[in-house]
Design a binder for this molecule. Sequence first.
Ligand code: GLA
Ligand code: ZN
Length: 639
Amino acid sequence: MASLHDATRGRLLFGGDYNPEQWPREVWEDDVRLMHEAGVNLATVGVFSWALLEPRPGEYDFGWLDEVLDLLHSGGIGVALATPTASAPPWLHHRWPETSPQDPDRSVRTYGSRNAYCPSSAVYRHHADAVCAALADRYAHHPALRMWHIGNEFGTVCYCDGCAETFRGWLKRKYTDLDGLNEAWGTRFWSQHYSEWAEVIPPRKVQYVINPVQDQDYQRFASDLLLEGFKTERDIVSARNPAVPVTTNFMGFYKGTDSWQWAPEEDFASVDSYPDPNDPLGACASAFAQDLTRSLGRSTRAGGWIMMEQSTGAVGWREVATPKPPGLFRLWSLQALARGADGLLQFQWRASKQGAERSHSAMVPHAGPDSRVFREVCELGKDLAGLGDLIGTEVAAQVAIVVDWDAWRAVELDHQPHSGFRYVDRIYEYYTALWRANITCDFVHPHAELSGYRLVLAPNLYQISDEAGRNLERHVEAGGTLVVGPFSGVTDPDERVRLGGYPASLRELLGIRIEEYWPIPDGVGLRVGSAELGDFTAATWAEWFDQAATTARVLARIEDGPLAGHPAVTVNGHGAGSAWYLATLPEASALGRVLRRAAADAGVGPVLENLPEGVEAVRRGDRVFVLDHRTREVEIRAA
Ligand code: GLA
Ligand code: ZN
């Protein structure tokens, strides 16, 4: 089987996106020399090279790429070769304008930037497949080739007539006939009943609120459609040499592609991650994406993950793009290793002199190798050279956070009770509390096997399948601890509200019954009293309980406003375990107390006890990484 493990050849991967086509040939020799100096062993090549590889339809120019690959190989540097299909050449759009994507209002996103293609266009697909096949015919057995990098950051969505037709095909497979679609989409509402398939269209620009299931199905379809494109390209390159592993770079918590569906289609996982150096919790944000990618890596064909892109300093796209101060690049890089990465690649090797990304940092900055940044790159290269035994070692977690793209899409549909209720914020709040407590966690799909975890957190499962409900119940019955966040268990996968009191399928498990949701305007704090957890302030959300039907133990109650006396935190014994419910969003310190308490009850502790705030500890294999994120200098004396 093609694996990341084989691709490493015993060395943690280190390098970055390499775009030699932006530079004259003299620079290439210099690049290889400097790569050596920095300990680089992998270069990602060809991500945006289509227009130069195929300057006219069917006319290929591989000469320059031959030279680049041979040069890298002679310098002992491996290659992650990209299929160049993320950005089609101008000729494709110019000759076949239907290959350009359309917005919901049917306006066209034309060429001159990148990533602008209609994913269901047969013309795009034909030319994309052809260039992939030509590339793979030529390089699938090149000695420098270590992995295939399919496309780049898949995410383009189009609403054209071609996509409408493809969407109808997807819907026919899902619902079989129009009756099924009408029933699932609830089209008796607002005169939306469909009588012919040709009437069914994507959720384009409309007069008022769009049908929610039409909207959600299109999001599911858009992810599936891109995945089809990924699989097509994967199969083209793999057929030429099955021993070379295949990946594509995810973007962490990116709503447009359901990573649980994508991961099993690749050989290992990879991620692009650009936390803001100005964010006081930047290290937490970066750990968040890393832990997701590690979790996704487990469901890939051969396992493992790498950081496919990060920056040595400033990015080109932030409104205020501050560089990383000395040491931060190294610190966040070591963090990724601690959390399971087998490689660290940066965007990009040499800073561009021209083009839209000319202000983005790189391993070789505009200042050249005689620079702070390049020296830090070389220093990290040395660190990595001594850590090869980390490859393939695991990060063990006893806690899992449930993440579900369907719940995410659904809770953010139009006309929800609180438009500011954002799914990833909910997940991140719980994650942050664990991160601050140095409790390691994985992310899981709601149907995942949970028996390996003592504590499972579901910060939000607004839309929930029956199977997910049973899975959570089994976990608690078997002695596990569960924490469920507010506004969960509300609808089924067709976005039908489950009736009879919320959170319908979780009511018995949680020992609660809720009659109404009670969003709170921004800026209003709710006082919550709790002898056991300490009093706190909550925001954004509260719930009206049927108190007579609530059998769970109430640990905290709201103290003011119309909900005074209603529960804010409950815990319910069920089977051999216990199930907590939070009906509100507690302030961060209080959420930390609740989750630490649930963890302690579940017998889960931090990686190291009594670490000061801002010091992170992660165990990988038999090593413990201790990462000090505080900005002031501290002296550490080894005993
Ligand atoms: C993304 C892309 C790269 C580059 C970086 C810049 O991650 O994949 O090509 O544009 O952003 O941060
Ligand atoms: Zn389209």
